[in-house]
Design a protein around this ligand. Structure first.
Ligand SMILES: [Mg+2]
Length: 122
């Protein structure tokens, strides 16, 4: 399964990638902001994205993706330090499927991915 990892921090992208490898995933694409993310959607089956990024932030990117008919159901997990209840509600409202607050553990990442992919099948 091809996973698109979007975060402006290359360290964070490496941490996410390493964690994904630990829980059994091996096919990744990376992007450093929302507009790079939009350009890398081809063949992607799951997106894990940061919220705060330069050029285009994660929420703006999600809104753009959801307007596109081909990507209406593409699973998106937001991984961010924006932990406020209102932020979470706003993100979900705009089409984010699941939410992880940094810092995260491999267990939480796995659980959220399983949950998100299961939702898609229902
Ligand atoms: Mg960031």
């Amino acid at each position: 399964m091809k996973i698109l990892i979007i975060d402006d921090s290359s360290t964070m992208r490496r941490i996410i990638k390493n964690t994904l490898q630990r829980i059994g995933y091996s096919d990744f694409v990376e992007a450093a902001d929302g507009s790079e993310g939009l350009a890398a959607l081809e063949g992607v089956e799951l997106i894990i994205t940061d919220w705060n990024m330069p050029n285009m932030d994660g929420l703006t990117m999600v809104k753009t993706i959801r307007r596109h008919p081909s990507y209406k159901t593409l699973p998106i997990i937001m991984l961010t330090t924006e932990a406020g209840r209102e932020d979470i509600i706003e993100a979900i409202k705009h089409g984010v499927n699941n939410y992880i607050v940094k810092p995260f553990t491999p267990e939480v990442l796995k659980q959220k991915i399983d949950q998100t992919l299961q939702q898609k099948q229902e």
